[in-house]
Design a protein around this ligand. Structure first.
Ligand code: ADP
Ligand code: 5GP
Length: 206
């Protein structure tokens, strides 16, 4: 076959079979990303799949290895990073986090839309890949409310809580900068925020 015809056919095939864009949810710790993602998975269990990140932080009560995170240690994760197994990585609140290529491939190979919950450093790296996700920033109504929610969650030590709040200020600044995200959703009332998220995603992915 003529190579030009072959290229045109391949482009057409890719257009027809293009997998939907992944979704990235980013926002300060405690802004409500996990809560909103859980609602999305509860409503559409067959449509979306979670990209299970790696982290060196300790599991919280109720968190399962392989479901919420792949819990690992620093030397093992650094070794895997050096072998090129990660799409992006970050140091957050003194721990390593990262999205492995395998984590994203697993969701896509299952025919689902991949949902990533990553921080601002990860978003900046993902922008330089071919993943081309829809970028959504989940914003808390205020720093005071964020602190209240993080304290109520009872998952952080005072030190870790303060580190997360300090980082939040810079993250909100980045989230508010025009052009950094496709959508900013203020998580004031959780049902309202969820419907805004849901409507945006369904409209964009149609
Ligand atoms: P993240 O995943 O962004 O760190 P979470 O989803 O764990 O945040 O939410 C942080 C805490 O705030 C949780 O205890 C959650 O139940 C609570 N929360 C989430 N959204 C709201 C909301 N709109 N109003 C009040 N509390 C909320
Ligand atoms: P937590 O410890 O509260 O689960 O997560 C802390 C922060 O790490 C959150 O902002 C979350 O979005 C981010 N995070 C979780 N997984 C990843 C990841 O794979 N990559 C990056 N860059 N950030 C992640």
């Amino acid at each position: 076959m003529n190579s030009a015809v072959f290229i045109v056919q391949k482009l057409f095939f890719n257009m027809l079979h293009k997998t939907p864009r992944p979704l990235v949810l980013c926002g300060p710790s405690g802004s409500g990303k996990s809560t909103l993602i859980k609602k999305l998975f509860d409503e559409f269990p067959d449509k979306f799949g979670f990209s299970v990140s790696h982290t060196t932080r300790q599991p919280r009560p109720g968190e399962e290895d392989g479901k919420h995170y792949h819990f690992t240690n620093k030397s093992k994760m650094e070794d895997e990073i050096n072998k090129g197994e990660f799409i992006e990585t970050a140091v957050f609140s003194n721990n390593l986090y990262g999205t492995s290529k395998k984590a994203v491939e697993k969701v896509i190979n299952n025919g689902k839309i991949c949902v990533l919950d990553i921080d601002m450093q990860g978003v900046k790296q993902i922008k330089n890949t071919t993943l081309d996700p829809l970028l959504i920033f989940i914003k808390p109504p205020s720093i005071e409310e964020l602190e209240k929610r993080l304290r109520n969650r009872k998952t952080e030590t005072e030190e870790s809580l303060q580190r997360r709040l300090n980082t939040a200020i810079e993250e909100i600044k980045y989230g508010d900068e025009p052009g950094n995200f496709h959508r900013v959703i203020v998580n004031d009332d959780v049902d309202k925020a969820y419907h805004e998220l849901r409507d945006f995603i369904l409209r964009e992915l149609k």
